[in-house]
Design a protein around this ligand. Structure first.
Ligand code: F6R
Length: 248
């Protein structure tokens, strides 16, 4: 595991975009695992800039997203499909037919999970998986649990996660109660993991995940067993790691 401290959010975003861009340059037909949420917005902005400058070509890239709310259509402005279109897809040349997310409106949830597993398998597996981290240590929507779920599954979102995401909806009641998420096994199968964290709200989760016991109670802690993890975080997010481990 490598930890890079970013000076600020802009620096974090630039560092992350440079790593993703290196991946695409080295392997133009890379499979990128993508995340939504506040953390990667700046990274996507930087990727769009690199594309606009002519430094990056996504024409052979495939993307698979981590998760999607159940019950929201792709046109709903809080769906993760909409987020991805808005922040990345509509600005770059990723082929529409090769950008995948679970279908939030799928009538049969279990069948949708199976379909999404097959989609990911068919891509040949994720080369680089971008991750944010929840304040409770979740990755994707793999919430603290009794066990690690391997493949795509439907989750009941914790109150904490719904409260954290309520900022994007007009009320807490509007935040969906369920979501589709890639499983921990699929995330761990990615060849490289790039996890981003900013702000002191992530400090405890980051410390517990990378320096605490490996437990499904802190889903990201499983990443300690992955052989190629890069963490880019700002000082506030790294404060507990600094306190316990000294300077990095
Ligand atoms: C998003 C996702 C989540 C977020 C996490 C952090 O696709 O899978 O695990 O990465 O909730 O969210 P932000 O970045 O909004 O703090």
């Amino acid at each position: 595991m490598k930890i890079y401290e970013a000076k600020d959010y802009q620096d974090l975003s630039r560092k992350a975009a440079n790593i993703i861009s290196a991946q695409v340059i080295l392997k133009p037909n890379a499979v990128l695992g993508l995340a939504t949420g506040s953390t990667p917005i700046g990274t996507y902005k930087q990727l769009v800039e690199l594309y606009e400058k002519g430094d990056l070509d996504f024409s052979s890239v495939t993307t698979v997203n981590l998760d999607e709310y159940q019950g929201l259509s792709s046109g709903h402005d809080q769906s993760y499909r909409y987020f991805m279109e808005d922040n990345l897809f509509k600005h770059v040349n990723i082929p529409g037919e090769r950008s995948f997310l679970p279908d939030g409106l799928a009538a049969d949830g279990a069948a949708e999970c199976r379909r999404y597993n097959t989609v990911i398998e068919t891509t040949g597996g994720v080369d680089l998986q971008l991750l944010g981290i929840g304040g409770n240590g979740h990755i994707g929507f793999n919430e603290p649990d009794e066990d690690f779920k391997k493949e795509t599954h439907l989750v009941t979102l914790t109150k904490e996660t719904r409260l954290a995401n309520a900022r994007f909806f007009s009320s807490l009641e509007e935040v969906p109660t369920h979501a589709f998420t890639m499983g921990i096994g699929t995330i761990m199968a990615a060849r490289k993991i790039l996890l981003l964290a900013n702000g002191e709200g992530k400090a405890q989760a980051l410390y517990d995940s990378f320096f605490g016991p490996i437990t499904p109670r802190v889903p990201a802690s499983i990443l300690q067993l992955h052989s190629d993890v890069i963490i880019i975080a700002d000082k506030p997010a790294l404060q507990l790691i600094h306190q316990h481990k000294g300077a990095l």
